[in-house]
Write a protein that binds this ligand. Structure first.
Ligand SMILES: NC(=O)C1=CN([C@@H]2O[C@H](COP(=O)(O)OP(=O)(O)OC[C@H]3O[C@@H](n4cnc5c(N)ncnc54)[C@H](O)[C@@H]3O)[C@@H](O)[C@H]2O)C=CC1
Ligand SMILES: O=C(CO)COP(=O)(O)O
Length: 335
């Protein structure tokens, strides 16, 4: 019997990405999913109708493989892996009932592309500090992949980033199915920081699109963004990495250009004149880049890396500077 059989996986989060990941996992014949969602109405609906009413509601959620829980402490019982798939801003609140004891011996997989706001630390670092779990027991799910395309079973690729986590290869097998190919990559911080920063660039792409800039400008901005992210990540974690591979460049491209990107959509509203508050109210989904912008700017006080695109987004979102003026100034810095 292969290790894939009877693997128990707890999934924490009730949004689009959690739903899409569960769909992928359910393609394995014998996995057992233990799913925690915050919203009681959604829980009741899933138990009765086997669809998530709030996100990706077309996806069929097999009751043979999925058990839904009200409490995180119940969801993680007996799990081999725990996948975290709530937006970063809600991680602490979502995991508040879990102690070191609950997580002991389990592999933690972060599917979150964000940082803990205020503390400005990566999810894997936070997990490691709070629960005493070694970084080699954690990995991250990254790569250019939108939940909406998983729901449509469009061919997608994922990267399981780790710092030599022995389980990353096994976990990549769990995430591979007819329409998803996953591979392991030994670069935890690089993959995680790229995923955080590409969201900020997607905001910038959305803002400029909303202001009326075209594809020509965006192509230059995305090229500059690759250099900006590369500079920042190298300052934090210097090592050789091929940033043209899909875990890095691919992740940036999909978020910068896709109709499904939450961050691009949020930025687009800002470019069209919405206030931050109004854009947040309009979107049912979460744009991680909003929080990441502040975290990266605060971190950069120590690193002093040249990050003009992130600075421009910060000035618009947090300093209330006019998007048109900020982008006029940024325009002069790009080439
Ligand atoms: N949607 C996607 O295609 C992908 C998302 N991700 C990452 O997955 C993570 C989760 O994002 P999505 O599933 O897209 O979120 P979403 O935007 O689809 O859903 C929002 C989620 O936030 C939760 N939420 C909202 N307000 C809350 C509150 N006050 N307290 C606690 N939870 C609250 C909702 O229950 C829901 O789970 C993010 O870090 C995102 O960057 C990563 C790759 C792809
Ligand atoms: O990270 C993601 C896809 O790889 C999701 O973020 P966006 O929805 O902002 O693109």
């Amino acid at each position: 019997m292969s290790f894939l059989n009877n693997t128990k996986i707890a999934v924490i989060g009730g949004g689009s990405w959690a739903t899409a990941l569960i769909k992928i996992l359910c393609e394995q014949p014998y996995v057992q999913i233990r799913w925690w969602l915050r919203n009681q109405d959604d829980i009741n609906h899933i138990r009765k109708f086997h669809h998530n009413p709030s996100y990706l509601s077309d996806v069929n959620l097999s009751p043979k493989k999925i058990k839904v829980f009200e409490k995180t402490t119940d969801a993680v019982k007996g799990a081999d892996y725990i996948i975290l798939a709530v937006p970063a801003a809600f991680v602490q609140e979502s995991l508040q009932d879990l102690t070191e004891k609950h997580l002991k011996g389990k592999r933690i997989v972060s599917a979150i592309k964000g940082m803990i706001p205020d503390q400005n630390i990566l999810i894997t670092d936070w997990i490691s500090e709070k629960y005493g779990i070694g970084l080699n027991e954690t990995c991250v799910i990254a790569g250019p992949c939108h939940a909406e395309e998983v729901a449509l079973e469009k061919q997608s690729y994922l990267t399981i980033g780790s710092a030599e986590c022995p389980a990353a290869e096994d976990f990549a097998k769990l995430m591979t199915c007819r329409y998803v190919t996953a591979h392991a990559l030994d670069d935890l911080y690089g993959v995680e920081y790229f995923a955080v920063m590409k969201n900020i660039i997607a905001l910038a792409c959305g803002i400029t699109h909303g202001l009326g800039y075209g594809d020509n400008f965006q192509a230059v901005m995305v090229s500059n963004a690759m250099q900006e992210i590369g500079r920042f990540v190298t300052a934090l974690d210097p090592r050789t990495r091929d940033i043209s591979s899909s875990a890095y460049l691919g992740d940036l491209l999909v978020t910068a250009y896709s109709q499904f990107s939450r961050n691009r959509l949020f930025g687009n509203m800002i470019g069209r004149g919405y206030s931050v508050k109004a854009a947040q109210l309009e979107m049912k989904m979460i744009a991680e880049g909003f929080y990441a912008t502040k975290s990266i700017m605060e971190m950069n006080k120590s690193f002093n890396v040249n990050i003009p695109i992130t600075t421009a987004v910060y000035n618009i979102l947090y300093e209330e500077q006019a998007p048109a003026h900020v982008m006029e100034e940024l325009k002069k810095l790009l080439k």
